[in-house]
Ligand binder design. Sequence first.
Ligand code: UD1
Length: 338
Amino acid sequence: MKILVTGGLGFIGSHTVVELQNEGYEVVIIDDCSNSSEDVLDGIVAITGKKPLFEKLDLKEKDKVVDFFKRHHDIEGVIHFAASKAVGESVEKPLLYYENNIGTLVYILNELSKKAQANFIFSSSCTVYGQADELPITENAPVKTAESPYGNTKQMGEEIIADTCKVTTGLQAISLRYFNPMGAHPSVEIGELPKGVPQNLVPFITQTGIGLRKELSVFGDDYPTPDGTCIRDYIHVVDLAKAHVVALQRLLNRANESNYEVYNLGTGKGSSVLEVINSFEKVSGNKLNYKIVDRRQGDVISAYADTTKANNILGWKAKSTLDEAMKSAWDWEQKIRN
Ligand code: UD1
């Protein structure tokens, strides 16, 4: 059974391709390599023994998207990761984000709407909740005004999919709202490869640990949390990848109750920035150089998932602890720098 994975050479995409191939699916990857590299294919082959089909394609080129779906008319499911994800950059270049994240989504949905049956999984984010009023966050928590064009593209993306599903009988979709993905495949054949200075906490920590960055700036220690630093729900990327496979299977088996569903993907456990640093120091045996600086604009105080819905309906639960995820991130950092 053929599954299209857009952005399949990226961080979460590549780990999902591995899980799909391990489950016997035939995978076609589309990626424009704007924030990834074709070398990732070698890692996927090393783990699974199988090379996925790959087409270097920019989804903004509508004609090419139309042509792709004509050539691959036997695609039975699409997992759509391809998107830009730097919050700061999205504030500077909103139109780039709307074109990359919304324009391309519309092109794909357009092609899927032509099919008698289509199954679609969307990469969404806990960013849609903003600072939730209640913790842990359930899927019923209200969607708050987005803090950035990036966040807005996730909210709008979900709405576009929901609207399309309402009027397209053959289309079924699931949006997966990720909390904070981290870590690498235990084989250390694939992992996170941020271009330039990492914006996210964990790659910044491991790059500081390896000596690529002088020190980590901790954005604020005066938040109303036990140690004053922000709390997030850090989930191992392999756990996250496996959730995509079960969500896809739910659609393929027609086990879904509604043709559009939303699930939180997290561990259910919140960790503060200082706890994440402690985890790094524990698993690496190294002291991390860090200093406390001012708060970063747009950061929420605390966000962690209520994962009951994914546990009960998808039968999925994150297995790895923060230390296990951190160990894999550190192993990966050491491997790529040596
Ligand atoms: C951010 C985005 C989120 C997006 C995700 C994509 C914001 C507000 N949210 O999540 O919408 O889906 O990235 O990857 O930007 N931190 C430091 N020092 C650093 C980096 C981070 O102290 O150098 C802290 C942050 O203040 C935060 C935590 O670490 O408390 C996690 O930050 P990060 O990894 O950037 O993720 P989010 O901000 O949660």
